[in-house]
Write a protein that binds this ligand. Structure first.
Ligand code: PGA
Length: 254
């Protein structure tokens, strides 16, 4: 059985005060049998770290540099993130890919750097609406994963988490149906298996894209969906905790 993960991607939101109280609300209700991760902006990590310390809730960053140190203005390295208590780093989110020019090769390099620092990447993949309509979803996702295999090797996802996030479902209120999501999750697990059968059984594959308290149960009930990467609904503690509870319920019945 894979321990489910629910990760909150807080994106570019909040103030020092508001993220601290959001973290306090989340840690006030421990959820058993789920790995809960919160990912504030880098500047808020130290405030949130102070709240989540020793609570079981883990801390993630939203991106990390491919470089360890040097002349890379504006970047933050995985080693620096680790110093602040981060255990996880979101890599290759579609907003990074589409708005900030993170290419497949760049995402693979960032992924490698996170692994090298001993942190766990949450490697995001997903297709645009045009790509889905053209029937190329599996090819697109396969290419995104392959970039990491090419650089890191067959064990690229042995110590990583994968998040499948159809771009057309992110922040739009349009969720993939559980069947649509399961189909791609199964394909992703197959791609990992083609490189490393053991890693494929162990790797947690999260679904992301308009997950909310109302649709989480049916998504998480699918055999290859091991939790969620949550955007909008992660900014309200009650909704986020309800999603965590859904993961705990569905994991027990899996
Ligand atoms: P959403 O975002 O839940 O607001 O759709 C998910 C994400 O971008 O990770």
């Amino acid at each position: 059985m894979r321990l489910p993960i629910v990760a909150g991607n807080w994106k570019l939101n909040g103030s020092r005060e508001s993220v601290s109280s959001l973290a306090r609300e989340i840690t006030a209700t421990p959820v058993a049998d789920v790995e809960v991760i919160v990912c504030p902006v880098a500047l808020h990590l130290s405030d949130v770290a102070a709240v989540v310390e020793n609570t079981g809730v883990k801390l993630g960053a939203q991106n990390a540099s491919a470089a360890e140190s040097g002349a890379y203005t504006g970047e933050v390295s995985s080693t620096m993130l680790a110093e602040y208590g981060c255990t996880h780093v979101i890599i290759g989110h579609s907003e990074r890919r589409s708005l900030f020019g993170d290419t497949e090769a760049a995402c693979a390099q960032r992924h490698q750097a996170v692994l090298a620092a001993g942190l766990t990447p949450i490697f995001c993949v997903g297709e645009s609406l045009e790509e889905r309509e053209a029937g190329t979803t599996v090819d697109v996702v396969g290419r995104q994963l392959q970039a990491a295999f090419d650089l890191v090797g067959s064990d690229a996802f042995s110590n990583a988490v994968i998040a499948y996030e159809p771009v057309w479902a992110i922040g739009t209120g349009k969720t993939a149906t559980p069947e649509q999501a399961q189909e791609i999750h199964e394909a992703i697990r197959g791609m990992v298996a083609a490189n490393d059968a053991e890693a494929a059984q162990a790797v947690r594959i999260l679904y992301g894209g308009s997950v909310n308290a109302g649709n989480a149960d049916e998504l998480f009930a699918k055999p290859d969906i091991d939790g969620g990467l949550i955007g909008g609904a992660a900014l309200k503690s009650a909704d986020f905790l309800a999603i965590c509870q859904a993961a705990a319920r569905q994991c027990k019945t899996a």
